[in-house]
Design a protein around this ligand. Structure first.
Ligand SMILES: O=P(O)(O)OC[C@H]1O[C@H](O)[C@H](O)[C@@H](O)[C@@H]1O
Length: 449
């Protein structure tokens, strides 16, 4: 039995019984493209077997590095952007609870994990340096290309701080580089300076790399059990390996969202009822957006956090333009539950809920929202997960990875490239005066007042 379950029962109003079956031939073709390496972008599909086929020696080294960081650092600065950032951040929040990062060092039993290099905000870096203060810290710099602007700038800044604080030799021992196996600026520097380095495998693109050292080192440093994370993903790899839609719920999800997309539901909201899953949606947004948004088509991935956003976006979802579909990731058993206290005066009228738990209310809110939204014309799918632990997270990550891979092929695109992300970079390099970009720079400057 699958560890998580996909519920499509609320699609009745939007999809006829025959429609899923009629997608089977296309799903089978997409599955063949993915698994036989006959589809576009096939060179980037090694994530498919990553949970069962990974470098065990490196995995052991990741655990050792995490133990060293825990023993000598109060802060780990994780530098990266996009796929070299989002998975680790999502996992740290998902697994450690809402206030892990805010705890005092003595209570946390793991370093504070701070994420840098994911914007170009000088204020953000300044505030982070202030927050670190005099505390011992290490740096995990993550970049497949080794040349991405945001992490490169952040790395220069934190490297300088490390050298000032510890001297060059010790600074080098506090830098962990996760990058390409053999090429790129970061790899060259890591070799020259003797940083401990970890590999982003050639056949795994950034947005599919959370179960490599990219995600594993920060996740392990934060105290999570990465064996269980991989075990969950391995279990999902097995569960979602059959092309038969009747047996594969990840493929059902891929098929249903494509059926809905073709009916005009062009935006998908990934939703949660747990604030610790906000960043999981950000990870999913890169996975879905970079994989599917190209050739002037694709579902636009967005997200909402409930019940919070029911008080802001809720109006639009209920009654705005009808191009939305929703996918809820619902945690069936909260990590901790809390009972609603009784109060004699009952001024707030909550007496009818006293003695009930908050999760009881949260789940009723979920049920109420689903019914309201389908009545309002928004199709809702739900992925039920039993709890927030490592095994479940690994399983859930794989569910979405394989679903999005197949989904891209169903829509006739290459799910594993991202040509569109270069356009703004070329412009930015031109405007910044980067050598080699002079011509585009002068052309652009004429367009700016
Ligand atoms: O790991 P890096 O090479 O630094 O890349 C980080 C990110 O930036 C790029 O712009 C891509 O759009 C992403 O797919 C990638 O995850």
């Amino acid at each position: 039995m699958a560890h998580i379950s996909f519920d499509s029962s609320n699609l009745d109003k939007f999809i006829h019984d025959n429609e899923l079956g009629e997608m089977q031939a296309m799903v089978t073709a997409a599955d063949t493209q993915l698994r036989n390496g006959t589809g576009a972008g096939a060179a980037y599909t090694d994530w498919l077997h990553l949970p069962t086929d990974y470098d065990q020696d490196e995995f052991a080294r990741i655990k050792q590095a995490a133990a060293k960081i825990k023993s000598d650092s109060k802060v780990l600065v994780v530098i990266g952007i996009g796929g070299s950032y989002l998975g680790a951040r999502a996992a740290v929040d998902f697994l450690n609870g809402a206030f892990f990062q805010a705890q005092h060092d003595e209570e946390r039993n793991a370093p504070q994990i701070l994420f840098a290099g994911n914007s170009i905000s000088s204020s953000y870096i300044h505030d982070m340096i202030k927050l670190i203060g005099n505390r011992d810290f290490s740096v995990n710099v993550i970049s497949k290309s080794g040349t991405t602007t945001e992490p490169s700038i952040a790395f220069r800044i934190f490297k300088e701080l490390l050298i000032k604080k510890y001297g060059q030799t010790v600074a080098n021992q506090r830098i962990y580089a996760t990058t390409d196996r053999q090429k790129g600026a970061l790899k060259t520097e890591a070799d020259a300076e003797g940083y401990e380095s970890f590999v982003i495998p050639d056949g795994v693109g950034g947005r599919y790399s959370v179960l490599t050292a990219v995600g594993l080192l920060p996740i392990a440093a934060a105290g999570a059990d990465i064996d269980q994370l991989m075990a969950g993903a391995a279990s999902a790899e097995k569960e979602y390996s059959d092309a038969d839609l009747a047996k594969n719920e990840a493929y059902q999800y891929a098929a249903y969202r494509n059926i809905l997309y073709r009916k005009g539901f062009t935006t998908e909201l990934l939703e949660n009822y747990e604030p610790t899953m906000t960043m999981f949606a950000e990870w999913w947004k890169q996975l879905a957006g970079e994989s599917e948004g190209k050739d002037q088509k694709g579902i636009y991935p967005s997200s909402a956090n409930f019940s919070t956003d029911l008080h802001s976006l809720g109006q639009y979802i209920q009654e705005g333009r009808r191009n939305l579909m929703e996918t809820v990731v619902k945690v069936d058993e909260p990590t901790h539950d809390v009972t609603i206290p009784s109060e004699e005066s009952d001024l707030d009228g909550l007496g009818y809920l006293q003695g009930k738990t908050m999760d009881f209310v949260n789940t009723k809110a979920y049920q109420a929202v689903v019914l309201a939204h389908i009545d309002g014309g928004v199709p809702v799918m739900t992925v039920h997960i039993p709890r927030q632990d490592e095994f479940t997270l690994g399983y859930l990550i794989y569910f979405f990875e394989v679903a999005i891979g197949v989904s891209g092929y169903l829509n006739g695109i290459n799910p594993f490239n991202q040509p569109g992300v270069e356009a703004y970079k070329t412009n930015m390099f031109g405007l910044l005066g980067k050598p080699g970009f002079e011509k585009i720079g002068s052309a652009l400057r004429q367009r700016i007042n």
